[in-house]
Design a protein around this ligand. Structure first.
Ligand code: EPU
Length: 453
């Protein structure tokens, strides 16, 4: 991998515990989808607690291309989205967003309802496995959409009103569940979805859609029943806080022997993470407006960890926590069951002094699609190991944040290349690092000044 240019490099001087307070705002994995939902309404929506991250900017651009006006609301972090004049966009303009995010796929249902056709460019998102979109297109075909795959993207058409249907997902995919929800709410008749994902961000999207006038029942056992309606209105909604960002800062506090209050962190959506954090030996205190995470001193404990769909241990929590596990005494075992290649980032940690061995076998009992398919998807982390500063190239969003944590926990200086990728999902992270006393700088610019710029 070649290193990006120097403007995209952060110099991190490790060995200083992170201490202080930061604020996490709305969830990256909800906000862009709630913005797409606004397309379904016949009147404006107000979304609050919107973070300034790249995925939000991409969706804002795509909505504007389709005639939705998007502007600021009354309070900081509020967006007003007016879908009154939805119109077709030029394929070339949409294509300019190709490769920038995974969210464009969720425009399919709303655009088919509003315009009868849609164009979806090639998708971006983190390189953590194959990330196919077959479930999405299978689902849309079941609703009655026609899909024509061409070199530049997918052309979709709804020859008549989409119809409710019975769908069983092969795996509880977050994106495919959202695709069903955003399509079924205005489809004719009832949609019965089984094996759905039930992540807190999906529940929050359901809350948004209910505010718009949708009829959605969440049953036990991953079943969701949606009764289509003829029309939806706008919504006013405060996005749930980002539990993935909150856990990233919690892991950073633990790995650097620090003490961080994460304003906005919500216990209810983080219970599985909190249990694991406690098993490792981290301390936390839950308040009304956030959670304080700290290293209580003494050795950390090795653990066995398996990622899974909610309510299991979220895959996006895995990479940051693995850095803290390099500081635990004994052998920790990690089994990644959601993505087939989300452990590649560990080679850089080894370069810094960690001892992490990857395995193709399933090291755990959680049912997994990768055991027979030759993917390095399990790891044994043996610790504690001292980490030394290194030259690092960020591979993906969460892996990138993990490199920041490792660099902060290490002795010496690291050069972290490709930091712009972190802006995809972490709002203002340079300012937050500065607020927590991190010693980090863009070449020639101390981090606090860089954050202000
Ligand atoms: N899958 C398929 N076919 C599909 C869709 C998914 O095989 O058509 C597989 C995927 O390859 C993967 C599994 O199903 O192995 C789960 O994928 P899912 O659809 O649940 O993921 P997603 O919707 O693409 C969202 C988040 C991810 C998060 C996952 C799992 C967004 C924008 N992304 O992705 O977030 O890891 O759900 O919770 O919401 C991140 O925040 O760093 C991130 C990658």
């Amino acid at each position: 991998m070649t290193a990006p240019d120097s403007a995209d490099v952060l110099l991190v001087h490790g060995g200083t515990p992170l201490r202080g307070e930061i604020h996490v705002r709305g969830a990256k994995n909800l906000v862009p989808k709630a913005m797409v939902a606004a397309l379904l309404g016949s009147s404006p929506s107000r979304l609050r607690n919107v973070p300034d991250i790249r995925d939000v900017r991409v969706v804002r651009g795509l909505l504007q291309l389709h005639g939705v006006t998007v502007g600021p609301g009354d309070e900081p972090g509020e967006l007003v989205l007016d879908p009154t004049h939805v119109e077709s966009a030029h394929v070339a303009d949409i294509d300019a967003h190709a490769g920038s995010s995974r969210i464009p796929i969720l425009f399919c249902g709303p655009l088919l309802h509003r315009l009868g056709h849609a164009f979806i460019p090639g998708l971006g998102g983190c390189d953590i496995g194959g990330r196919p979109i077959d479930f999405h297109f299978d689902v849309l075909r079941q609703f009655g959409a026609r899909i024509d795959k061409r070199a530049d993207g997918q052309y979709l058409e709804a020859p008549q009103r989409l119809r409710g249907t019975k769908i069983r997902l092969p795996y509880p995919s977050v994106g495919a569940t959202e695709q069903v929800l955003l399509t079924a709410v205005l489809a004719e008749g009832v949609t019965e979805l089984s094996n759905a994902a039930v992540e807190p961000e999906i529940e929050d999207l359901i809350c948004v859609l209910q505010k718009m006038g949708a009829i959605i029942a969440m049953d036990t056992d991953r079943a969701i029943r949606i009764t289509g309606v003829d029309q939806l209105g706008g919504y006013t909604h405060r996005a749930l806080p980002d539990r993935l960002e909150a856990a990233s800062w919690a892991s950073a506090a633990l790995a650097t022997e620090g003490d961080v209050f994460v304003r906005g962190a919500l216990q209810r959506s983080m219970m599985t993470f909190l249990n694991t954090f406690r098993k490792v030996g981290g301390a936390f205190e839950i308040g009304d407006d956030g959670i304080r995470f700290w290293h209580p001193g003494g050795p950390l404990n090795a653990i066995a960890l398996e990622t899974d769909v909610h309510p299991g241990f979220q895959t996006d929590w895995q990479q940051p926590l693995v850095v803290a596990l390099t500081q635990a005494s004994g052998l920790s075992i990690v089994h990644e069951t959601v993505y087939e290649s989300r452990l590649g980032f560990t080679s850089a940690l080894n370069q810094m002094g960690a001892h992490i061995q990857l395995y193709r076998e399933c090291l755990g009992g959680t049912p997994c699609r990768f055991g027979q398919r030759n993917f390095l998807h399990s790891a044994v982390v043996s610790g504690p190991t001292k980490l030394e500063g290194a030259d690092l190239v960020i591979p993906d969003l969460r892996g990138g944040f993990s490199y920041l944590i490792a660099a902060l926990a290490a002795q010496g200086t690291s050069r972290v290349h490709g930091i712009d990728l972190i802006n995809r999902g972490y709002e203002n992270f340079l300012q937050k690092l500065a607020d927590l006393g991190a010693r980090a700088e863009l070449p020639d610019v101390p981090v606090a000044a860089a954050a202000a710029g």
